[in-house]
Unconditional design. Structure first.
Length: 424
């Protein structure tokens, strides 16, 4: 068996792992686009067809661990010779996103091509072992800031690989799902390929999503009028704010635009929903009665960074006559995006957040495995041949975890125990 880490050993995102059997069956786990840096659109050499073709040459199947942009993005460009696989709810969520992108002139063409490709996707079933030529794959459900995320157990040439994708144990059902992964590992693992996003971050305890919900309740008590900026693809986070608003004051209007409402309904109707007693009002800012209700009962309105939302916010403020100083703006994403010194700093996003003299509060917790969760995973997987950390900064190191496993951490090309590992 040959394992090729095309990207990920020293970068977060743009993940691509290739597994090739001795008979020449080649599959990919994720084919992710590089993440953008700052205000610039994301750059990726795989946007050049010849580079992409080098990677997908001979590949018969691609398995996506989840729908985040750094794990998928070339689905329209890989061609019909490759079968692409993702979870059923993930497919619905990404379809909703692409349909929404059709409305933006600059994204319309790509969204259209993606929708055609997504229509041909195969859906895999959690915990069901399937054979693809001489490789067996079992998708194992796990918690992440993308709902319906999966790890993969890969059996090839008598060896077993566990690929974690992105995961965490502090989301809703996080601990339970991580334990279930532990229980489903019946045979010894030869190679563990694990995400290491948080490896270089400090040691502070990571806040659980349920604790974030409690903090949101407290924050909501401080203002009747609240805007929330969070990911429309993060089921846990949308759920946290909706439940917090319901708990704090059941009359508070929970407002979202038609796209976010669609995502919430998709989540709510799924068997994977963290809770299904959530409700949300479709945002109709031009309805006089809704504006009136928002002013009377207070509101929690989900917003996104866009010109449209800039106008929506201005309109809500002017039509309700609410003074921005009475308003709370909750920023619920990675803090680095709005800190000038950070390399991920997005100046336009910063200006959007600080546009008015409202109170800005930061309330967020990572979508990724804490060091503790990584240690738990590594120790119960207890691989015999190699641990390969990916989806991490160059400086992040698994050594810092003091793992109780008797297995080398591999970050450069080697052959061990009949497994060829190539780190690009
Ligand atoms: Zn990722
Ligand atoms: Zn992710």
């Amino acid at each position: 068996m040959k394992i090729t880490i095309h990207r990920g050993i020293n970068q977060i995102g743009g993940c691509i792992t290739e597994i090739e059997s001795s008979n020449g069956t080649k599959i990919l786990i994720d084919l992710g686009h590089n993440l953008p840096e700052g205000d610039q659109p994301s750059k990726d050499q795989l946007d050049t067809p010849s580079h992409l073709n080098e990677i997908i040459q001979g590949v018969s199947h691609i398995f996506y661990s989840h729908y985040h942009n750094d794990h998928i993005g070339f689905e329209a460009k890989v061609g019909d010779k490759v079968t692409q696989h993702i979870g059923a709810l993930s497919l619905q969520m990404i379809n909703n996103l692409r349909e929404h992108m059709l409305y933006a002139d600059s994204l319309h063409e790509d969204a259209e091509a993606s929708l055609i490709a997504l229509n041909k996707f195969q859906v895999y079933t959690s915990n069901r072992r399937e054979q693809y030529n001489d490789i067996y794959i079992t998708p194992l459900p796990i918690s992440h800031s993308a709902i319906d995320a999966h790890m993969f157990l890969i059996e090839c040439d008598g060896k077993v690989v566990l690929h974690t994708g992105d995961f965490r144990d502090h989301g809703y059902h996080g601990e339970e799902l991580l334990q279930q992964v532990g229980q489903s590992l019946k045979q010894p693992i030869d190679v563990l390929i694990t995400e290491g996003t948080m490896l270089q971050r400090d040691d502070n305890r990571v806040m659980k999503e349920s604790e974030l919900q409690d903090e949101a309740v407290e924050l909501l008590k401080t203002s009747k009028y609240v805007f929330v900026l969070c990911s429309s693809m993060d089921a846990d986070r949308l759920t946290s704010f909706i439940l917090a608003a319901q708990r704090q004051n059941k009359n508070r209007r929970i407002v979202a635009d038609s796209y976010q409402t669609k995502q919430v309904i998709t989540i709510k109707n799924s068997a994977l929903a963290p809770y299904n007693d959530i409700f949300v009002y479709n945002f109709r800012y031009n309805t006089e009665s809704e504006i009136d209700r928002m002013k009377r009962h207070g509101f929690l309105m989900f917003v996104r960074h866009s010109d449209t939302f800039q106008k929506n916010i201005a309109r809500v403020l002017s039509e309700t006559g609410i003074n921005p100083q009475q308003v709370l703006f909750i920023y619920s994403q990675f803090k680095g995006y709005i800190i000038e010194e950070h390399k991920a700093y997005k100046s336009q996003l910063h200006d959007f957040v600080y546009k008015y003299e409202w109170q800005v509060e930061y309330l967020h917790t990572s979508g990724h495995a804490s060091k503790e969760a990584l240690k738990t995973l590594c120790e119960f997987a207890n691989p015999t041949t190699a641990i390969i950390p990916i989806h991490k900064e160059k400086v992040g190191t698994l050594q810092s975890l003091n793992l109780h496993v008797n297995c080398p951490i591999v970050e450069s090309t080697t052959t061990t125990n009949d497994i060829e590992i190539i780190i690009k």
